[in-house]
Design a protein around this ligand. Structure first.
Ligand code: SF4
Length: 470
């Protein structure tokens, strides 16, 4: 895929009724956040029960095994495309400890996890998985062993970690949700219609269950879910918010509300802003389906140019295999999108998408449109040029994978073969989200990060206005 990839979704539900099915439906709703592995763990008086495996959630949790997931409390997880070396690594990770069995689901990344694992190994812990989640469980267990309460054990353990996390846990039959002090990964709370509570990565899963959206989990807040109430512990002071801007631009469903703001609204405003800042004469505005749709509608609204869908997506082709040559890449793009020739022939088209990573898909689509008779192809992009890796859990790990890394906008325009190319400016992006820049992570566009990383710059080494003026 020529898109940044989110790696996970998490969910937790506690109710007076069995939670396997509501967890299943929550994960089905959040399937866009991870399609490679899925898992649910529930707990009752007999212990923790789990069903985990490779595939979409309905391929893993089926009518044949869902009844194994007994209990009125549980957590769930979806993982994107990392290849796992062993089955035990599939989340929720379940670990038997001297303090009882625990289950943990994690969205994010612990950047000092290799150090933590090494230290724990030196202390004699034997790891059964290759995961950072198992390290978190051992850190919590150590504190429980010293007689700390569960919430204090979580605080002391997580204080040793650096990175991003939205976590759901089962510890000693209790279910918790925790968000990192930056609020980098999303996590929100809902009240179920027939009693009980849920914590999930995106609000759309709350709506789909007919539950009431309550609020986002605060950065640094631990929430215990019980059938009757939510118990909140502010474990860490919110040091500096750094919400991932990509949640609004691409990762989250447009109908999800992240930290009080709908993805759809942000995308629409980005489109309007692109139309204002980067106008071009054209006959129609068309999205790259589906990710560019709300941006394109905003562009059409802002420019007064008609909105038409000149490209139709095959929803059942979800992955681009590694294609060895240009011909094979063309076939792959044609499998994913087809052109409505009679709409585009002879027309000047503005194509709108949310972001460009490698540039391979947009290049093929532009070339396809020309071959089908488009007179001009202009591209407008809903995020500024991606030039720097993400260290906080998104699958963009090296600078080399970005077409814009060592190229100017004009050079990228030439490389992808379009008549004009323009990206939303960092200022336009921040204003379209509607939060202060100081509350956002913009690492992959500005190369400055909200936490200390070897050989990278901390934000904000420049004044915020300096890179917003771009
Ligand atoms: S570096 Fe980019 S993708 Fe990663 S968390 Fe920050 S804004 Fe999100």
């Amino acid at each position: 895929m020529d898109k940044p990839q989110e790696k996970c979704a998490v969910a937790a539900i506690v109710s007076r009724h069995p939670v396997a099915r509501p967890l299943f439906f929550s994960l089905r709703t959040l399937q866009h956040r991870g399609q490679e592995y899925a898992g649910i763990a529930t707990v009752d008086e007999r212990g923790i029960h789990s069903v985990r495996g490779k595939g979409l959630v309905h391929q893993v949790v089926t009518e044949d095994n869902i009844d194994e997931l007994t209990g009125n409390a549980g957590i769930g997880h979806l993982l994107y495309s990392i290849k796992l070396s062993k089955r035990e690594n599939i989340q929720p990770v379940i670990v038997k400890t001297s303090e009882g069995s625990m289950a943990i689901s994690h969205n994010g990344i612990i950047v000092n996890s290799p150090d933590l694992r090494n230290k724990l190994r030196e202390e004699g812990h034997i790891f059964f998985t290759d995961t950072e989640e198992e390290a978190m469980v051992y850190l919590i267990t150590k504190e429980l062993h010293r007689g700390k309460s569960v919430t204090e054990a979580i605080r002391l353990a997580m204080r040793k970690t650096e990175g991003s996390y939205a976590l759901t846990f089962i510890i000693q039959d209790r279910v918790f949700a925790l968000r990192d002090p930056m609020g980098n990964r999303p996590l929100c709370l809902g009240r179920l219609p027939d009693g009980g509570f849920m914590a999930v990565s995106e609000s759309v899963a709350i709506q789909v269950l007919g539950a009431e959206f309550l609020r986002d989990v605060e950065p640094g807040e631990l929430v215990e879910l019980t059938p009757d109430r939510l118990i909140s512990y502010q474990l860490f002071p919110e040091t500096h918010k750094a919400h991932c801007f990509f949640e609004w631009v691409y990762f989250a469903r447009p109908d999800s509300r992240i930290d009080g703001i709908f993805g759809y609204d942000v995308r629409f405003r980005i489109g309007e802003r692109l139309a204002k800042d980067n106008p071009v004469e054209a006959d129609l505005v068309s999205p790259i389906p589906d990710s560019g749709r709300a941006h394109a509608i905003g562009y059409a609204h802002g420019s007064g140019i008609p909105y038409l869908e000149g490209l139709i997506k095959n929803r059942y082709v979800t992955r681009t295999f590694i294609m060895p040559d240009r011909d094979a890449q063309r076939t792959s793009v044609r499998l994913k999108v087809n052109v409505l020739d009679h709409l585009v022939a002879g027309k000047r088209i503005i194509l709108v998408d949310d972001s460009i990573v490698r540039g391979t898909t947009i290049r093929e689509i532009a070339s396809l449109l020309r071959r089908r008779g488009a007179a001009e192809v202009h591209v407008r992009v809903g995020s500024p040029p991606l030039r720097h890796p993400c260290y906080l859990g998104i699958d963009m790990t090296t600078r080399d994978e970005f077409i814009a890394h060592d190229r100017t906008v004009e050079e990228v325009e030439k490389e992808i073969g379009v008549d004009s190319l323009a990206y939303i400016s960092p200022k336009g992006l921040v204003e379209s989200i509607g939060l202060p820049a100081e509350q956002l992570c913009l690492g992959c566009i500005i190369g400055e990060y909200p936490l200390k990383l070897p050989s990278e710059r901390m934000r904000f080494q420049h004044r915020v206005e300096d890179y917003l003026s771009e």
